[in-house]
Write a protein that binds this ligand. Structure first.
Ligand code: FAD
Ligand code: SIN
Length: 541
């Protein structure tokens, strides 16, 4: 089937849905999403969304906190517009039906503001501890009410379609800016067929890549597909070495990726060793509420020193009633694993949580390929620099999806294109594999190699070791990809291997330690040489 639409939106998290709701005012929108529509990192966000709404807070303070956390690499103009446009976008979410927790009682006109690491004020709007679920619910409802939006669930985007490829010619002067994105090939997982989606504009809103690592807070969808497919198409990729490890993921043999929100520390939760001794005072004046890179590195060092498997997060000084109201999800989940957070400190470990790098975009979400936009976690906007301030990513997603829409409304009247015929997907005579175990082994190997050698603390030797392994696995995957029929597992494996390669390449480029990138061979920050982004672009072929 060939689907023709004005806007193709790839992903149904906050970035994709908030864009689609507005784009539907301009034309037809197809949202493709690789699982059920709610499945997204957005749906699991706990702490909330940072924005200046409190009386004692100020834009300058939020800007400074973001710049400080970004360790010299955040772009000040981007930080400034994201922070100052934030409150207006929050009002829009509220108008679309998002119910943030109110201060004191439900009748109050102000909102309860949470505190998280690196913030010098309480400024995080939240819906108890299930902010993401509430946002996702409201956006899906709003999108569902728009006639011009069609949602395709279990539709997995494989590759972007470029004009140069279709015409069989390199773009003019070999420059990607002169190429155009015409749509995407999308795998209908339930029916095992590949469809062509043709669009005037394509928005990549595919989220992050936590699944590249063995231990992560991210849901299964986070396999970096958007970054990998944009890279294959020739988009510029940047700052992939900056992987944020969240300090407090629940440590329990049966718990899969369960986050204990930073808001727990914001309400007074303290990190201790197993013997109850505090340690964060040795690392930062903000102690347990220091920026995440510092807390995660501190935990990593303490665990290496003690040989323990976890540290503890203690909020037992708070009343049970408060914990049950403020953190109902965390309270319940912990109880299911036999941990009563009102009585027992919670065992936690750091886990891969967020990727600050990604597809490079300008202030309007435009990539270097014509008609291809990106926003949300897949994009590298310049907001986060070398480290993301807590709860700034939901904010970034809504500010950039709005700006992308503004740009597209300007461009749309000038896009009366000839219809270039797009060939259907070519399966190249692939047969079904009787060795799918190879795929699952390679999944494990990529994720373990990244965890062991490209984790919180790196060295050139470890990075080289990871590179050798990923190169080898990549060869096997390519062979497998061309010979056997595609499956979701295989497509995701190909993408996590590509993202792993990009992370390692950026990490090897940066010969210093900054923000989320800590290399034992270059333990200091070096502003004279490294006050710039790492950049990777696949040559046009
Ligand atoms: P997502 O919400 O991840 O959505 C991506 C979408 O793309 C999904 O629908 C997915 O199925 C789809 N997709 C991916 N690949 C394909 C493909 N190949 N084809 C088709 N569809 C595809 N940030 C905050 O600011 N505050 C918080 O409190 C917070 N808490 C968090 C808690 C957890 C547990 C996690 C994991 C993250 C948290 N974050 C938080 C980060 C934040 O949730 C994400 O950065 C943000 O939600 C990303 O939104 P997005 O729209 O870019 O991507
Ligand atoms: C959290 O609730 O700790 C997550 C916040 C974030 O990732 O921004």
């Amino acid at each position: 089937m060939e689907v023709q639409t004005d806007f193709l939106v790839i992903g149904s998290g906050i970035a994709g849905l908030s864009f689609a709701i507005k784009a539907a005012e301009l034309g037809t929108v197809a949202i493709v999403t690789k699982k059920e529509k709610v499945e997204s990192s957005t749906n699991y966000a706990q702490g909330g969304i940072a924005a200046v709404t409190g009386e004692r807070d100020s834009f300058e303070s939020h800007i400074n906190d973001t710049l400080t956390t970004g360790s010299g690499l955040s772009k000040e103009d981007v930080v400034r517009f994201v922070v100052t446009e934030g409150p207006e976008r929050i009002q829009e979410l509220i108008a679309w039906g998002v119910e943030f927790t109110r201060a004191e009682n439900n009748y109050s006109s102000t909102y309860d503001l949470g505190r998280e690491g690196g913030h010098s004020h309480r400024r995080v709007l939240h819906a108890q501890d299930f902010t993401g679920r509430e946002i996702e619910r409201a956006l899906i409802e709003k999108a569902g009410s728009k006639q011009d939006i069609t949602m395709y669930e279990n539709f997995f985007t494989i590759n972007l379609i470029l004009e140069s490829k279709v015409r069989g010619k390199k773009p003019v002067d070999g420059k990607r800016e002169n190429d155009k994105c015409l749509g995407a090939y999308v795998f209908d997982v339930n029916n095992n067929v590949v469809h062509t989606f043709r669009a005037k504009f394509v928005l990549l809103a595919t989220g992050g890549a936590g699944k590249v690592y063995l231990i992560t807070t991210n849901p299964d969808i986070a396999t970096g597909d958007g970054i990998a497919m944009a890279y294959r198409a020739g988009a510029t990729i940047s700052n992939m070495e900056f992987i944020q490890f969240h300090p407090t993921c629940l440590y329990h043999p049966e718990a899969k990726s369960f986050l204990i929100s930073e808001a727990v520390r914001g309400e007074g939760g303290e990190l201790t060793l197993k013997n109850g001794a505090t340690f964060m005072e040795k690392y930062h004046s903000m102690k347990s509420l220091a920026p995440r890179d510092i807390v995660a590195q501190a935990i990593d060092m303490e665990l290496k020193k003690s040989g323990d498997d976890f540290v503890l997060l203690d909020i037992t000084h708070k009343k049970r009633g408060f914990l049950m109201t403020r953190f109902p999800t965390i309270y319940e989940q912990c109880l299911e694993f036999g941990i009563d957070m009102a009585r027992d400190p919670i065992p936690v470990v750091p886990a891969a949580h967020y990727i600050c790098g990604g597809v490079v975009v300008n202030s309007y979400g435009e990539t270097n390929i014509d008609r291809l936009f990106a926003c949300g976690e897949v994009a590298c906007t310049g907001l986060h620099g070398a480290n993301r301030l807590a709860s700034n990513s939901l904010l970034e997603a809504i500010v950039f999806s709005h700006r992308a829409l503004l740009k597209i409304s300007d461009l749309l009247p000038h896009t009366q294109d000839e219809i270039i015929p797009i060939p259907p997907w070519d399966p190249r005579g692939a047969t079904e594999s009787d060795e799918s175990v190879v795929v699952s082994h390679n999944w494990d190997e990529v994720r373990s190699s990244m965890w062991n050698y490209v984790g919180i603390v790196r060295s050139d030797k470890r990075l080289e070791r990871a590179k050798r392994r990923i190169d080898l696995i990549t060869q096997e995957i390519i062979e497998y990809y061309w010979n056997f029929t595609i499956t979701r597992d295989l497509l995701e494996l190909r993408n996590i291997a590509t993202v792993a390669k990009l992370i390692i390449e950026c990490a090897l480029q940066r010969k210093e330690s900054r923000g989320l990138h800590y290399n034992l061979d270059y333990p200091d920050r070096n502003d004279s040489k490294w006050l710039h982004d790492t950049v990777i672009c696949r040559e046009s072929r």
